[in-house]
Write a protein that binds this ligand. Structure first.
Ligand code: NAD
Length: 377
């Protein structure tokens, strides 16, 4: 193993990537880490691609929490997961008996990984069952739902966080530092792009009722987040335009692509674009004395960064493991999460202002002062 010093930032990092070995899974790395049985129990709700390919493997690498239960509508899938992850029979639920989770002392945290419009119902049910909650992005498909979710968690005195894994990623953290600490001077322009080929038409991501919208809800949210944490300011207005539809049948319910500009109080602007038919993965800040960027910026790994001064040399980590461990520690120590429900609400407000602007062709003003405390690193 070797260490690398970044020419741009002076960051010192270890070159080794995340450990993926199942053999080392659930083995405390040091005497100070809790034994497996003392780690907080997480139940995943919705066993789709993200749960299967990212969250469950990440829970084999976490130090402060572990996969303790699952919730799925599919009995065969439940059984497969139970056997694969050695889950107790009592820790496996369907959607119909999900509320019984209240009596399960093995489950501390419920992680909602369902289609977007279902987040509200399951976050509220989890809160009422007395469980701390992580909710996937986007938090919900309406501002009202976000508020109801926050209120339910407040009433139940449980913590709520959003699955914003990039706040725990060292590359994105470096962008926050370079931008917010004005290492190259004040940021005056941000460029953010996120796009991918979405696949077949019959999926929930192309169904407005389930997804709340198209690529803006799914991918554009990363550009919104990225722009805000690069500059450390809240946008005061947005101007947006839908991109022309190349496949009108596939994108009959949601947009195929959208571009928008966000205006910040300092006068800086963010130019953003997202698409379900064109690849893109960029976050770039341009400042008075230089620029810095990540490309790819939003992926699970393989992120690459450079600045006016050279490459950003940082090692990848398992973002999801870091995110879930951070939340487990917040629960254990009763400290606030840096990605709370209020941040999810803020972003859903921005997303719907972007849609509003694209639909009306008007500049839409935002009044987000209440969220000021969420913006600093
Ligand atoms: P997916 O389609 O792979 O899985 C969705 C799961 O929900 C499936 O198990 C499906 O059976 C279940 N489901 C229950 N009711 C359903 C219904 N009415 N219609 C469709 N599916 C239903 O989706 P995914 O990619 O795992 O995404 C799930 C959530 O996770 C979304 O909110 C998404 O935005 C989020 N996500 C976040 C990241 C991230 O990096 N943070 C990455 C991928 C997905």
């Amino acid at each position: 193993m070797s260490t690398i010093i970044s020419s741009a930032s002076g960051n010192i990092a270890d070159e080794a990537g995340p450990t993926n070995s199942l053999e080392s899974a659930n083995e405390p790395e040091s005497k100070d880490l809790p034994a497996v049985e003392n780690r907080l129990g997480v139940a995943l709700v919705g066993l789709g691609t993200y749960s299967e390919e990212q969250l469950a493997p990440a829970l084999l690498e976490t130090a402060y929490c572990r996969l303790a239960g699952v919730v799925s509508g599919n009995p065969e899938k439940r059984e497969q997961w139970r056997l694969r992850y050695h889950l107790a029979e009592n820790n496996v639920y369907g959607y119909d008996n999900f509320d019984d989770i209240a009596a399960n002392r093995d489950i501390d945290i419920v992680y909602v990984v369902l289609p977007n419009s279902m987040h509200a119902e399951y976050v509220i049910r989890a809160a009422r069952a007395g469980k701390h909650v992580i909710c996937e992005k986007p938090m919900a498909t309406s501002v009202d739902d976000c508020r109801r979710m926050i209120e339910a968690c407040r009433e139940a005195r449980v913590k709520l966080s959003i699955g914003y894994r990039l706040h725990f990623d060292p590359f994105n953290q470096e962008i926050m530092r370079l931008g917010q600490s004005k290492i190259f001077g004040a940021v005056n322009r941000i460029v953010a792009k996120h796009g991918m080929e979405v696949g077949s038409k019959d999926q929930w991501r192309l169904n407005k009722e389930l997804a709340g919208g198209g690529p803006l809800m799914d991918l554009g949210i990363y550009c919104v987040q990225g722009a805000l944490y690069t500059i450390g300011e809240l946008p005061v207005a947005v101007n947006a335009k839908f991109l022309p539809k190349k496949d009108k049948d596939k994108f009959s319910d949601v947009e195929e692509g959208i571009e928008w500009e966000m205006e910040f109080p300092s006068g800086a602007k963010a130019l953003c674009q997202c698409s379900y038919s064109e690849e893109g993965d960029l976050l770039r800040g341009e400042a008075a004395r230089g620029w810095f960027e990540l490309q790819p910026a939003y992926a699970y790994d393989g992120l690459k960064g450079k600045t006016t001064e050279g490459l950003i040399m940082i090692s990848s980590i398992n973002q999801q493991a870091a995110q879930m461990d951070d939340f487990a520690l917040c629960v254990q120590n009763n400290t606030p999460t840096r990605v709370p429900g209020e941040m999810g609400l803020r972003d859903v407000q921005i997303l719907y202002a972007i849609y509003d602007s694209a639909e009306t062709g008007e500049r839409v003003e935002l009044h987000l002062d209440a969220f000021q405390k969420l913006i600093e690193i």
